[in-house]
Design a binder for this molecule. Structure first.
Ligand SMILES: Cc1cc2nc3c(=O)[nH]c(=O)nc-3n(C[C@H](O)[C@H](O)[C@H](O)COP(=O)(O)OP(=O)(O)OC[C@H]3O[C@@H](n4cnc5c(N)ncnc54)[C@H](O)[C@@H]3O)c2cc1C
Length: 244
């Protein structure tokens, strides 16, 4: 791409509201940088991290970056709790194993999906809500569903455990999202590190001029590389049409 004449600049943060002058068209492809947080008591404890604090740093380390011990996010020798049962959570489990964790548990607030594709409430062509077991899960992991997180527990500012509670989902008489109800006593899970893998917030797109285009996750919400590429192609077509 450089050979084709594209200039890359690193370390510049650009806001859609204040785009730099001097360009005829703009494509904004800033992804979904804001992870969903879990603002329960103890969130500030050392040892509670967003998944990408672990995953992005580990990628940099694998590419040769040096991180001092005070800033290193590692699961080595630790009891690991991953909160969120999706693909990012799976990546955390695999990384925790590579780093030599002591144990990994993954909890998910939603019910366990069915094992097979025969759920009459989930007919084709809807997205199949079936249980996904990744290679990371196969490496070893306790998986639990219908679990809510009540608070993080710690000593001297450092995480030592997490209070969780089994829950159930009941139909909401007012309609909309089902109601969460307790389904068991709270319990404490030992954890030295928590990884929050509960998805990413869809950015609110601002009003922009007719020469500004959006592409990728920033437009669709968190998705897949192949969709981001298709969206990039579509945005390029729109820019082309705008110039012609
Ligand atoms: C942990 C994880 C695992 C994933 N695994 C897979 C997978 O296995 N397969 C798959 O298909 N998809 C996977 N995805 C999804 C995939 O990464 C995204 O769908 C894809 O990267 C979206 O591409 P994008 O170009 O829209 O955004 P991104 O790849 O997120 O790129 C956005 C870029 O914009 C930069 N940026 C953000 N804000 C600004 C700003 N204000 N100014 C300047 N730059 C900014 C960011 O630093 C980033 O480099 C995964 C996502 C995550 C989080």
């Amino acid at each position: 791409m450089e050979q084709e004449g594209i200039r890359f600049r690193y370390g510049d943060e650009v806001a859609p509201e204040t785009l730099p002058k001097g360009f005829d068209a703009y494509v904004i492809a800033t992804g979904t940088p804001t992870a969903r947080d879990l603002p329960v008591p103890g969130r500030e404890l050392k040892g509670v991290h967003f998944a990408l604090e672990l995953l992005a740093q580990q990628n940099r380390v694998l590419y040769g970056a040096e991180v001092d011990a005070a800033h290193r996010v590692t699961c080595k020798g630790k009891d690991v709790l991953v909160i969120g049962g999706g693909d990012t959570g799976s990546d955390c489990i695999g990384t925790a194993h590579r780093q030599g964790c002591k144990s990994v548990m993954q909890i998910e607030i939603m019910p366990k999906p069915p094992m097979g594709p025969d759920d009459p409430a989930n007919p084709w062509p809807n997205w199949p809500r079936t249980l996904k077991t990744s290679s990371s899960h196969e490496e070893g992991c306790v998986r639990r569903w219908n679990i809510n997180t009540l608070r993080f527990l710690g000593e001297n500012g450092r995480l030592t455990g997490v209070e969780i509670q089994p829950i159930d989902w009941e139909p909401n008489p007012e309609g909309g999202r089902p109601k969460m109800v307790p389904a068991g006593d709270p319990e404490v899970v030992k954890a030295d590190i928590v990884l929050l893998a509960m998805g990413f917030l869809k950015p609110q797109l601002p009003e922009v001029g007719e020469n500004v285009f959006f592409a990728g996750d920033v437009q669709s919400g968190a998705s897949l590389v192949v969709r981001a590429m298709a969206s990039g192609h579509a945005a390029a077509g729109s820019v082309d049409a705008y110039f012609n």
